[in-house]
Design a protein around this ligand. Structure first.
Ligand code: UD1
Length: 331
């Protein structure tokens, strides 16, 4: 019996695979390498000393997907594969709806064909829109861009599927801001092309690929005027998936959980911690606000703490230490 992970070689997927293998699960990985590369597979092997199956599959190709289910005895699915760049989703919404929504529909269709009804789904704190932090799972969601809408639509599809057949067991995880890297220094975040998220941009400034960091907005109503986010170590986030998976394997129902630390740090605080850890100066300039950014976004993580018996353990220093180790190792 195996667990299928979609988007398995991505930043979050690769850390989830390591935690699954370390917890004794057999795993089948799929990815189309749209934002990752093949060498991640060797890294996962070398960190865990475990073997696994990999298929280069695009979720939009349902026949390829059927072959994966046909050739393996899949017991549960962790669905991470999706595009996630807000700006690109505004300029190319169809790309986002096809990949994120149609990809999920294909996956669910094949799962129904095989009567496999367990899923952990990767959602985002973006669905909270302008709600006031700390954010709780029962708040009314809203989004203002196609990427966020794809996450919201996918959540809705899963809710309606569960209503149609209560044999489904689904956990929706709303991620806050994952940063950091595996402590081995062998894997971490390596987006293809121009990065959107803050940590890969800071890293590119630290390594000289970018001259300076543009901080999007210095006049927010926060302690220092820059936006506040709930940064969570990617390994803590990955461990949350194991707890969520166990829940889907052991009970029926649909639950939504925040995966965050419950603490908010401003962009400037993050930059300061990174500078102290790396001993490198990060030149920055305060630029215009980025469309769609909210001023403050942090989780109320107590539902996941209580019901999944999960807690984010690593602090911002550890997130920056592990990021920096990974960056130095891969230079
Ligand atoms: C972003 C997305 C969110 C998505 C998540 C994962 C937006 C508005 N939100 O979250 O929907 O789920 O990524 O992809 O894009 N920042 C800078 N300079 C930069 C980059 C970022 O100042 O070059 C700031 C941002 O304004 C923000 C913070 O850093 O305040 C974090 O940004 P980012 O890493 O992009 O995450 P989110 O915006 O929280």
């Amino acid at each position: 019996m195996s667990i299928l992970i979609t988007g398995a070689t991505g930043y979050i997927g690769s850390h989830v695979c390591i935690e699954l293998l370390s917890s004794g699960f057999d795993i089948v990985l799929i990815d189309n390498f749209s934002n990752s590369s093949e060498d991640v597979l060797d890294k996962i092997k070398s960190i865990t000393n475990e073997s696994f199956s990999f298929y280069r599959v695009d979720l939009l190709d349902i026949q390829d997907l059927r072959r994966v289910f046909n050739e393996n005895n899949i017991q549960g699915v962790i669905h991470l594969a999706a595009y996630k760049a807000v700006g690109e989703s505004v300029s190319n919404p169809l790309k986002y709806y096809f990949n994120n929504v149609y990809g999920l529909l294909n996956l669910l269709t094949v799962m129904e064909e095989y009567e496999l009804r367990n899923m952990v789904f990767s959602s985002s704190a973006t669905v909270y829109g302008k709600n006031i932090s700390p954010l709780t799972e029962n708040m009314t969601p809203s989004t203002n861009n196609p990427y966020g809408n794809t996450k919201l639509f996918c959540e809705q599809i899963l809710k309606e599927l569960h209503i149609s057949n209560n044999d489904w067991s689904i956990v929706i995880l709303r991620y806050f801001n994952p940063i950091g890297a595996h402590e081995s220094g062998k894997i971490g975040e390596r987006p293809l092309g121009i990065p959107n998220n803050i940590m890969p941009v800071i890293v590119q400034v630290a390594t000289g690929k970018l001259q300076k960091l543009l901080i999007f907005g210095g006049d927010y109503d926060t302690k220092d005027g820059t936006c506040v986010r709930d940064y969570i170590h990617v390994v803590d986030l990955a461990k949350g998936h194991i707890k969520a998976l166990e829940k889907t394997l052991n009970s029926k129902g649909l639950e939504i959980y925040n995966l965050g630390t419950g603490k908010g740090y401003s962009v400037l605080e993050l930059v300061n911690v990174f500078e102290n850890i790396s001993n490198i100066n990060i030149p920055y300039e305060i630029a215009d606000r980025r469309a769609g950014d909210v001023d403050i976004c942090f989780a109320e993580p107590s539902k996941a703490n209580k019901e999944l018996n999960w807690v984010a353990e690593k602090n911002l220093d550890e997130m920056c230490i592990d990021t920096w180790r990974w960056v130095c190792n891969s230079l």
